[in-house]
Design a protein around this ligand. Structure first.
Ligand code: ADP
Ligand code: ASP
Ligand code: MG
Length: 412
């Protein structure tokens, strides 16, 4: 039997009614002749609640226990979905990550999948099981501890299963009917894309478009998984949603494919560090060791052998970053006069493969922001994206203005 992977996000399994609705979708694909691997998220809001409890109990928590707590949300929905399918006379069984086992690295709270043995589930399919319901977002480390794959990680579970089992397709069911030119909740005129290239989706995801977790796109690209994003609330149809595919499979596209934002960023500046060989390593080594995901970095020109070093990181890692810097100062590996934290920034980015061959895109972006009176604090670019760090209060304005200026509401 061909295998299909169907992933249901938090809103698609938010309550028993929604689980019933999702189960009907699964039943349709079983009737179409597939053996189905269903990957479920926790009910919407559940993971946030669990993370909140962890933070309340232990602000600088041990990530192993964070995983023990946060992985539990998916266990509930996996069991409920299997029960519902059984009620519909479809042979189904739930699987937690450790039961498969989904083998991961030991990077708790942000683990990577290393292997998914298929034997276990394939034997069950051979024996008549029609649906394996897998708890997304979780796995098990070589030490035998429960791990999680980072926020939004169920997408990655789904794509990894699709790759491991050679699935015909991986359908990601969510609360929007596809990938848009930007978040449709922010820009009303955002346009749904029928297709988007892996590279563009990868950038959009890593720059904050949470419709797919970055790692899921990476895996789909690497293993050639046919990846589709679609709504669990709309009637089924063959060409629903957005297909994430190779660049060659897209006929036409705009220079800029989309605008992404990341709201919860923080900017930190170490004032007056010694400008000497090894200073960057002395700063960013301890940050990495503390699990801080540093994003943008700027080093100022130096005066009298001293310089300022600015970097950005997710807002929920500020405390960790501060502690790492204070500790490094205490053990004399770095010296700085002050550590200034700006917790009121956001990152806005434009992405498009067309930028490779078009000059002037950055200049236009900066002019649009100037016309809106938005001050740019940090800029980074790559071949197919430009990102700016700005005051959070201007984030939505900037996204809107860029979407308009690059005519993203119109197909090329
Ligand atoms: P799920 O719980 O199904 O995994 P998520 O909340 O993780 O859903 O992702 C879907 C959300 O991603 C949408 O509700 C939308 O607000 C947001 N989003 C951000 N950027 C985009 C985009 N470019 N296209 C579609 N959705 C986007
Ligand atoms: N429940 C997890 C989260 O909210 C994983 C997921 O939904 O993809 O991040
Ligand atoms: Mg998600």
């Amino acid at each position: 039997m061909p295998i299909l992977v169907m992933k249901f996000g938090g809103t698609s399994v938010a309550n028993i009614d929604r689980i019933m609705r999702a189960s009907k979708r699964v039943a349709l694909e079983v009737a179409n002749g597939y053996d189905v691997i269903v990957v479920v998220s926790a009910m919407s809001g559940k993971t946030n609640e669990l993370v909140g409890w962890v933070n309340e109990t232990s602000p600088l928590y041990d990530a192993r226990e964070y995983d023990a707590v946060t992985a539990s949300g998916e266990n509930v929905t996996a069991g409920l979905m299997a029960l519902r399918l059984q009620e519909m006379d479809i042979p189904a069984r739930s699987w937690q990550g450790w039961q498969v086992p989904v083998q991961t690295t030991s990077a708790h709270a942000n683990a990577r999948i290393e292997a998914i043995p298929t034997q276990n589930i394939m034997d069950r399919f051979a024996a008549g099981m029609k649906v394996a319901v897998v708890a997304g977002f979780q796995g098990v480390s070589t030490e035998g501890r429960i791990t999680t794959l980072g926020r939004g990680g169920s997408d990655t579970t789904a794509v990894a299963f699709a790759a491991a089992f050679g699935a015909e397709r991986c359908d990601i069911y969510t609360d929007v009917d596809g990938v848009y030119t930007t978040d449709p909740r922010i820009v009303r005129k955002a346009r749904k894309l029928d297709r988007i290239a892996f590279e563009e989706m990868l950038e959009l995801a890593s720059l904050g478009a949470k419709v797919l977790q970055t790692r899921s796109v990476e895996l789909a690209m690497r293993f050639g998984v046919k990846l589709r994003v679609l709504s669990s609330f709309e009637e089924p149809s063959d060409n629903a949603g957005t297909l994430v595919c190779a660049e060659e499979d897209i006929m036409e596209s705009n220079v800029v494919a989309g605008v992404a934002y990341s709201r919860d960023e923080a900017k930190m500046t170490l004032i007056s560090v010694a400008d000497r060989p090894g200073i960057a390593a002395a700063i960013f080594g301890p940050l990495a060791a503390a699990g801080v995901n540093v994003d943008m970095i700027v080093q100022n020109i130096s005066e009298e052998g001293r310089t300022d070093m600015t970097f950005s990181c997710p807002m929920d890692q500020v405390m960790r970053a501060q502690k790492a810097m204070e500790d490094a100062k205490a053990d004399a590996s770095i010296n700085f006069h002050d550590l200034v934290v700006d917790e009121g920034v956001a990152k806005v980015s434009i992405v498009g493969i067309g930028m490779r061959s078009h000059a002037g895109v950055a200049a236009k972006m900066f002019a649009v922001l100037r016309d809106e009176g938005v001050n740019i604090k940090v800029i980074t670019t790559s071949e197919i994206k430009i990102s700016v760090l700005i005051d959070r209060k201007y984030m939505e304005l900037a996204v809107q203005a860029l979407h308009d200026a690059f005519d993203l509401d119109k197909a090329s």
